[in-house]
Design a protein around this ligand. Structure first.
Ligand SMILES: Cc1cc2nc3c(=O)[nH]c(=O)nc-3n(C[C@H](O)[C@H](O)[C@H](O)COP(=O)(O)OP(=O)(O)OC[C@H]3O[C@@H](n4cnc5c(N)ncnc54)[C@H](O)[C@@H]3O)c2cc1C
Length: 74
């Protein structure tokens, strides 16, 4: 039976797994990442964005691209 790895949320707790999705895919896992946005916004830079030091585009991580470029589904 196919193994299916489902990550709920694409934040810090899943960063290492997100970076290594291609390794799971190569081993035959189906990988799905579930989240409310195609981006993850880095909370540590949130105050800098609210203070207008950074734009939203500067503090986000392209979750969907990272997942799909490695063969996962987002
Ligand atoms: C200003 C600030 C500074 C910080 N500085 C540090 C630091 O220097 N060192 C340190 O170790 N920690 C720091 N932290 C804490 C650190 O950012 C958090 O501990 C860490 O982000 C928690 O990781 P997480 O994966 O649990 O949550 P997050 O990184 O917040 O990720 C949660 C993910 O789940 C997604 N999500 C939310 N709701 C749902 C839903 N219903 N269904 C699916 N997905 C959902 C979100 O979109 C997000 O992608 C800081 C936090 C802040 C706010």
């Amino acid at each position: 039976m196919e193994k299916h790895l489902v990550l709920v949320g694409g934040g810090h707790a899943h960063m290492v797994a997100l970076e290594n999705i291609s390794r799971f895919v190569k081993k035959g896992y189906r990988v799905s990442v579930i989240g409310p946005s195609i981006y993850h916004y880095y909370s540590g830079m949130g105050p800098g964005m609210l203070g207008q030091t950074y734009s939203p585009e500067q503090i986000r991580f392209a979750t969907k691209d990272v997942v799909e470029d490695q063969g996962g589904v987002c």
